[in-house]
Design a protein around this ligand. Structure first.
Ligand code: HEC
Ligand code: HEC
Length: 229
């Protein structure tokens, strides 16, 4: 790493295409773009060129996620507090020293994935290549089967206080966004939390999550998958 100035760039990101209840301040630490793109070459093989993950949920979306949350997961992979077998070759201090963790998590947090293609401007000539490039970044989670109205009630009773009213996460408390994340990835994490294989907010949460039926979870995912429409 050549130089690191920990000046904090202040980014005021409005949440998505819908009008946010309030514009939340989202701070992204300054990072060296050249170094970041170098590290990203490794991550892109699984998480995609823009950190968009894969629709089958095998690889989670990382783009636009809170950088502190992302760094905490990488530390948990390194210490094996969270087991991630595919990342074992990368999650160690030699391959990913702390400075690189800071750089890549800031970079990933800064990537904004549009939810829709921008409308075509009839006054401009159609640029097929630019359109193709733009379309690669668009991420809109397909509707998950379930009852979204029931899911909304369950979600607002016990999840919204931390994960946000629309599942947008909370960068002040370092709670991850759930809206915009691949449904099958979320389902896998919930199953791991139920089995006590993955840490949630408190150690008692394995029990709390076991109180939800598979249908409850499906309904919550059905609601979340509609919040980025
Ligand atoms: C060989 C494939 C592979 C590569 C390469 C890879 N990852 Fe991952 N990563 C995964 C898988 C699989 C998961 C999900 C594990 C699970 O289900 O708990 C994951 C999960 C994560 C998570 C947790 C996301 C969340 O929402 O909790 C972070 C952060 C992460 N990876 C960062 C990175 C970074 C940064 C790089 C590049 C340095 C990278 N990964 C490279 C496979 C990979
Ligand atoms: C008291 C706050 C709190 C509440 C309430 C809460 N969560 Fe979480 N949740 C967290 C935190 C913090 C994390 C990150 C844990 C970590 O660092 O691994 C998390 C992580 C998750 C993850 C993993 C996300 C990822 O990207 O890997 C899922 C899925 C999840 N929560 C679902 C839920 C659901 C569904 C509910 C409601 C039934 C809920 N949470 C209620 C705080 C909370």
């Amino acid at each position: 790493m050549k130089h690191h100035h920990w000046l904090f760039a202040l980014l005021v990101a409005a949440w998505g295409a819908t009008t946010p209840a309030r514009a939340e301040k989202r701070e992204i630490p300054d990072f060296d773009r050249y170094d970041a793109e170098d590290i990203m070459d490794v991550c892109a093989g699984c998480h995609g060129e823009f950190g968009q993950g894969t629709p089958d949920g095998e690889y989670p979306r990382l783009a636009g996620q809170d950088p502190v949350y992302l760094a905490r997961q990488i530390e948990a992979f390194k210490s094996r507090k969270r087991i991630n077998i595919p990342m074992i070759p990368y999650a160690n201090d030699r391959e990913l020293p702390p400075e690189d963790v800071q750089t890549i998590t800031a970079y990933l947090a800064s990537i904004q994935l549009p939810r829709h293609l921008s409308p075509l401007d009839p006054n401009k000539p159609f640029d097929a290549l630019a359109r193709l490039e733009e379309s690669k970044k668009v991420l809109n989670i397909p509707h998950y089967p379930g009852d979204p109205a029931r899911g909304a009630r369950l979600y607002h009773r016990e999840c919204a206080s931390c994960h946000g009213r629309q599942g947008e996460g909370n960068w002040e408390k370092h709670v991850p966004m759930l809206t915009g994340q691949h449904s099958r990835y979320l389902l896998r994490q919930i199953e791991k939390i139920r089995k006590g294989e993955r840490f949630h907010d408190s150690p008692d949460d394995a029990e709390l999550f076991r109180e939800y039926s598979d249908q409850d979870i499906a309904d919550i995912l059905a609601w979340l998958s509609r919040q980025d429409d």
